[in-house]
Design a protein around this ligand. Structure first.
Ligand SMILES: [Zn+2]
Length: 294
């Protein structure tokens, strides 16, 4: 049987019994093991075990130690779900929810069929969910393979109050406005991004090896992605000018051929732009999207 697992070929068992709960097969010296005919089975080899069930993780642990892309299983209460929206890029339905367990709360994105699979105020195990990071804040999201199963309410979870839709959105409040032109550009700068912690490397770019002051890792300079940011001031109607920051992803959408331009040329391009529609996070003033009128 070990050989056939290694070679991924099926085996046929005859004369065996089950344990009383039906979860295990018992084979003994009466059992006959042989190779089945191809007509006798219609399944594919499948690995079971390690990836079969993601470990249940507490919300607190996700926030403290897990990174974007990690998969795990969570159990807790849905304390609120906002009205679903449809993504512009792929036309998929997504609803922001707030999820709480005994140790904390986290934002949860429910996709497509998962939206109708939950009811506010009830307890579920969701397995797996994937960690996402948005403007430095961690959240979790369902994936295509996520399974949502209803669980018993516990005393501790029943004490967690439900929230209104506005409170779910509060965490990611953004403003959108169209400006005639930028008031001034404070700085456009390219920098090396740390491969370990994704933050800006403070050291100069000229050396072969750089060391990240934030996480302490050293790496080859050529391996570090070069990113850019622009610090810009814009006027808002009936308010003080707002200092906003645009990073590479936004700049590349806004400035044509941005990758091949110098920092000075990007700065010039920003000044030439007119009627720019900007969506930015109201807390961090980081621009989420910027589009210039053609
Ligand atoms: Zn680092």
């Amino acid at each position: 049987m070990v050989d056939s697992e290694r070679s991924r070929t099926p085996v046929k068992l005859q004369r065996f019994t089950y344990t009383s709960d039906g979860s295990k097969v018992i084979i003994n010296d009466m059992t006959k093991i042989s190779s089945p005919q191809p007509t006798e089975y219609s399944f594919q080899f499948q690995e079971v075990g390690s990836n079969d069930e993601e470990k249940r993780i507490l919300v607190r642990e996700i926030i403290d130690k897990f990174n974007e892309g990690d998969l795990m299983s969570i159990r807790g209460k849905i304390v609120g779900v906002a009205e679903p929206t449809v993504t512009k890029s792929r036309g998929l339905k997504v609803a922001n929810a707030l999820f709480a367990d005994e140790m904390g709360k986290i934002e949860l994105d429910l996709w497509e069929g998962h939206i109708s699979a939950v009811e506010v105020g009830r307890v579920y195990t969701i397995s797996p969910v994937q960690v996402r990071q948005w403007l430095g804040k961690k959240k979790v999201s369902t994936v295509v393979s996520s399974i949502i199963s209803a669980e018993e309410m516990s005393e501790c979870l029943s004490a967690i109050p439900l929230v209104m839709e506005e409170e779910i959105r509060e965490g990611s409040a953004s403003s959108t406005l169209t400006i005639r032109s930028f008031l001034c550009v404070e700085k456009v700068e390219s920098y090396l991004q740390c491969r370990k912690c994704s933050r800006k490397i403070l050291q100069a770019m000229g050396t072969l090896v750089v060391r990240c002051d934030r996480c302490g890792y050293s790496m080859r300079t050529v391996d570090c992605p070069v990113r850019r940011y622009a610090s810009v001031v814009m006027e808002v109607p009936d308010g003080n000018p707002v200092h906003i920051t645009m990073f590479s992803d936004v700049l590349e959408e806004l400035v044509p051929d941005c990758k091949n331009l110098s920092d000075g040329e990007v700065e010039e391009m920003l000044f030439l732009m007119e009627n720019v529609t900007i969506t930015y996070d109201s807390d961090t003033c980081i621009v989420l999207k910027a589009v210039a009128a053609k």
